[in-house]
Design a protein around this ligand. Structure first.
Ligand SMILES: [Zn+2]
Length: 212
């Protein structure tokens, strides 16, 4: 009996220790987007105790963070593996597996990618807020066929492609159809599609719970 209790004690200690160590550090590589030079600047690696997360390092809606320790690798061959926040990883895996199995052309997916590409700019012209990708709560599908457009209140010939490739639904099978299975599957789970963002930009590759 004594021996059993001691064994149980050791197991309990191991569980507590592994839990504590698993969350002890937060690390990530980040950058800022410079709006004047139109390039990424200020690359840096950040490592600090997980207990010292700042407000901007955590997404208030999902609780997901910029830490690589909170991201899960998703592997659905032949798509190259990518990372998303552990909170949404199971549903992202499910949706994409279902879509690929039913014949949708999903060839390239990106999720977690830390950088300040949103919000206001500082004196040097650097963006100051983390994007949804920084928390692993947004994914981009087939960027080469679902570009990001500016000056695009409504999609048309005047829109300017600023990232990725041309969006040509009906012509290219990797372009996301507005009323197709991919958009419908994500919307059913409460995700918003970047192709329907209000305002100047349309980001046809982008899905997230909070829009942008
Ligand atoms: Zn995106």
């Amino acid at each position: 009996m004594k021996r059993l209790l001691r064994a149980l004690g050791i197991v309990l200690c191991l569980v507590i220790a592994s839990h504590a160590f698993g969350q002890s550090t937060c690390s990530y590589n980040t950058y800022q987007w410079n709006t004047k030079e139109k390039r990424a600047v200020n690359y840096q690696k950040v490592v600090h105790p997980y207990s010292q997360l700042s407000d901007e390092e955590r997404d208030p809606i999902t609780g997901c963070t910029v830490c690589i320790e909170d991201q899960v690798k998703i592997s659905i061959p032949p798509v190259k593996p990518f990372y998303v926040c552990k909170v949404i990883a199971p549903e992202i895996q499910n949706i994409l597996e279902g879509l690929i199995r039913s014949g949708e052309s999903i060839v390239d997916v990106t999720g977690y990618r830390v950088g300040k590409t949103r919000g206001g700019v500082d004196k040097q012209g650097n963006r100051t807020k983390f994007s949804n990708h920084a928390y692993g709560v947004a994914i981009d599908i087939n960027p080469e066929q679902n570009g990001l457009y500016d000056k695009c209140i409504e999609f048309g010939v005047g829109c300017r492609l600023i990232r990725g490739g041309r969006w040509e639904p009906g012509k290219r099978c990797e372009s996301i159809e507005p009323d197709g299975f991919i958009v419908r599957a994500f919307k059913e789970l409460g995700y918003l599609w970047g192709g329907e963002i209000q305002g100047r930009q349309k980001d046809f590759m982008h899905f997230s719970l909070t829009g942008y």
